[in-house]
Design a protein around this ligand. Structure first.
Ligand SMILES: Nc1ncnc2c1ncn2[C@@H]1O[C@H](COP(=O)(O)OP(=O)(O)OP(=O)(O)O)[C@@H](O)[C@H]1O
Length: 644
């Protein structure tokens, strides 16, 4: 009873740890209930191992040769962890943070951090080769994470040794491809209870990224599929990963995959992927390759999947499979996103705007893309990222219109554990933080609620973000691309979009032309066909003429679907797409479009086309006439008609 009373009065864990320490010294026994359960169990183990509070910190001296050998033996882990350690240490530089990587015995492999902290680290036995196992140094984040094989946070005098009670340490285990413990990643800062919660999410995010990188590099000879129950989580540290061989057998899964599938690793290993997906592996792979992804409806969950890796070299496969693999590789190449040059190739005004946008991105200017639905805003955003200096960093896309209003804020900024009822254990890292060092693409920015616009503006001005429910502020270093199909200036006039935010986002504005106003329709068609693996196909003149007359309300997306359907309807040996290969629905659309009711639209489209081509040809009427395949006289006549 007296303990319960004490516990209520002293809810501060540091105070409780101090009292536990005093009682232990006084009574020779650790009183139960004073420490958090994980720490109490660890203190009990430390006592059993004979560690004492006052034990000195001296590191057993490892020779330079031993350290070299240790590093050599853990080369892969060290190199895969390096980018994350670098990122973490820059993020926590202000708090004099040290980032430590240890092996599965809690022996330090490498340290990174603020120079002053590192100079001091030696006196705390924080150096490569020093062992921080729990049975030699008592409760500490490295050693305890190794014993528990789960993340641990140890603040101040929760550490067993008095000598390290000046630190707050947060560690996360790093698991190998078979779920075995490989090592531990740790962030050590000065003892500070307020900050340590934020440290936990940063360390866990980094550890998951390291595990995913290890997974991908380990299965380079095999097929890797990424999946999640929410499409926005693909490409994030929280995506599920599954490696399969070309027979479709499951070779490995990461922890997130097991959680998403609600099955243990042991229950899935070596089974055919069909047991999860209900589809033959070839069907699934073809779908993934052709459509850049697949949606799987399982019994109680929908999974969004993407092909993360397809092996370049396939060893020892029977001929039939080799030829399937070749096909698959070809399809994958074709399914790749178009490059920036491809997007603007035959459209000089667009090409120029894209060149400027790329320069802008590399000089930290935000880019605002505007265009009707299906004009390729996301394609352009990805192409800009892929060609920017941040190409090897994350590209995180958020569709502001697709996320319910109440969730956008937590999605963007993340939240601390316990920030609100129902918040996920361990909190959630927001999109801003996930995109750090890379590019954040905010699609449909015009649909962002006003209250959130104010917060976004503040983040962009201060270049810092902090999760909901408080916690550590994180410095932001992101390229920002926003897109909308709305006319933002009108939204500003209507007071539904903040004017100051508009100017903040519109560093470089790019207007993506509607398909009906593009003079390079045939180039786009050729590109689409080649990406479908059908570059050899021709389009009948009659079809092309109809396409040119059509208004394409769905723009390139609609054109892509029409072409896909046409290719699918070709009979064996046919090499030309004619009207017979268009769907009845679409032919009806085309007919309606050319009927008198739509005549006005067509006229406007025609004029838009002529004007745009004239602009591209810098006012040269002859060149415009040649490009459009009509006479100079027709151009003059149509322009006069319009002026009349
Ligand atoms: N330049 C291009 N060349 C080939 N295909 C393209 C090009 N631009 C877009 N596409 C294709 O058109 C489709 C729509 O592109 P995207 O999603 O980028 O458009 P969007 O403007 O972002 O559309 P929405 O506003 O509806 O989100 C995609 O399937 C994409 O592959």
């Amino acid at each position: 009873m007296p303990y319960k009373l004490e516990q209520r009065i002293y809810s501060d864990p540091l105070h409780d740890a101090q009292r536990a320490r005093e009682r232990l010294l006084l009574e020779g026994e650790l009183p139960s209930g004073f420490l958090r359960a994980q720490i109490e169990a660890s203190w009990q183990r430390s006592l059993k191992a004979g560690v004492r509070f006052k034990d000195p910190l001296v590191a057993q001296q490892s020779s330079a040769c031993d350290v070299l050998e240790l590093k050599e033996n853990h080369q892969t882990l060290i190199s895969m962890a390096a980018p994350e350690m670098d990122h973490l240490s820059r993020q926590f530089n202000r708090d004099k943070g040290m980032v430590i990587l240890a092996n599965d015995q809690a022996t330090i492999l490498s340290l990174l951090g603020d120079r002053r902290s590192l100079n001091n680290a030696g006196s705390y036995a924080l150096q490569s080769g020093a062992c921080w196992s729990e049975d030699t140094r008592g409760t500490n984040a490295l050693g305890t994470a190794v014993v528990d094989a789960k993340p641990v946070m140890i603040n101040g005098n929760e550490h067993f040794l008095d000598g390290v009670s000046c630190f707050s340490c947060t560690s996360s285990p790093i698991m190998g491809v078979n779920g075995q413990l490989l090592g531990v990643l740790d962030l050590t800062t000065e003892a500070n209870e307020q900050h340590i919660q934020g440290n936990m999410s940063a360390v866990q995010l980094a550890a998951r990224n390291i595990e995913n990188r290890l997974f991908i590099s380990h299965f380079q000879e095999h097929v890797i599929i990424a999946f999640h129950s929410r499409s926005e989580y693909l490409h994030s540290a929280w995506q599920g990963l599954i490696a399969i061989d070309l027979e479709g057998n499951i070779l490995a899964l990461n922890e997130q995959a097991c959680q998403l599938l609600k099955k243990s690793r042991e229950n899935l290993l070596n089974l055919p992927i069909e047991t999860i997906t209900g589809q033959a592996p070839t069907v699934l792979l073809n779908q993934l390759l052709r459509n850049n992804g697949a949606t799987l409806q399982l019994r109680d969950v929908v999974l969004y999947c993407e092909l993360l890796h397809f092996p370049r070299q396939l060893k020892g496969l029977p001929a039939r499979k080799e030829s399937f693999a070749k096909d698959a590789r070809k399809l994958k190449r074709q399914a790749n996103h178009p490059s920036l040059q491809k997007v603007g190739a035959e459209h000089p005004r667009l090409a120029k705007a894209l060149r400027m946008a790329l320069k802008g991105i590399d000089h930290d200017l935000p880019v605002l893309l505007n265009g009707e639905t299906g004009t390729g805003k996301e394609v352009v955003a990805r192409a800009l990222h892929n060609q920017s200096q941040r190409a090897d960093k994350p590209f995180i896309a958020v569709n502001c219109a697709a996320i319910p209003e109440g969730l956008i804020e937590s999605e963007l900024f993340g939240y601390r554990e316990g920030a609100f009822t129902g918040s996920r254990k361990g909190g959630m890292v927001g999109r801003f933080q996930q995109a750090n060092s890379g590019t954040l693409f905010l699609d449909e920015i015009g649909d962002m609620p006003l209250a959130l616009q104010a917060r976004l503006l503040r983040v962009l001005q201060e270049r810092k973000v902090s999760p909901l429910g408080g916690g550590e502020e994180v410095d932001l270093d992101i390229a920002l691309i926003c897109a909308t199909h709305r006319d933002i200036k009108t939204l500003v006039k209507e007071d539904t979009f903040r004017e100051d935010l508009y100017y903040r986002l519109n560093g470089v504005g790019v207007q993506l032309p509607a398909l009906r106003a593009r003079s390079d329709l045939d180039v786009l068609i050729a590109d689409l066909l080649s990406r479908m693996g059908a570059a050899h196909l021709k389009i009948h003149d009659e079809v092309l003429a109809m396409f040119r007359q059509y208004a394409w309300p769905g723009n390139i997306r609609q054109l892509e679907m029409v072409m896909k359907a046409a290719v699918a309807f070709l009979d064996e040996g046919e090499k030309e797409i004619t009207i017979d290969h268009l769907t009845d629905d679409f032919i009806e659309e085309l007919n309606t479009n050319s009927s008198s009711g739509r005549a006005a639209t067509i006229k406007v489209t025609e004029l838009e086309l002529i004007r745009n081509t004239l602009e591209q040809c810098e006012g040269n009427v002859s060149a415009t006439a040649t490009t459009l395949g009509i006479s100079r006289a027709t151009i003059y006549r149509k322009l006069r008609e319009c002026e009349a």
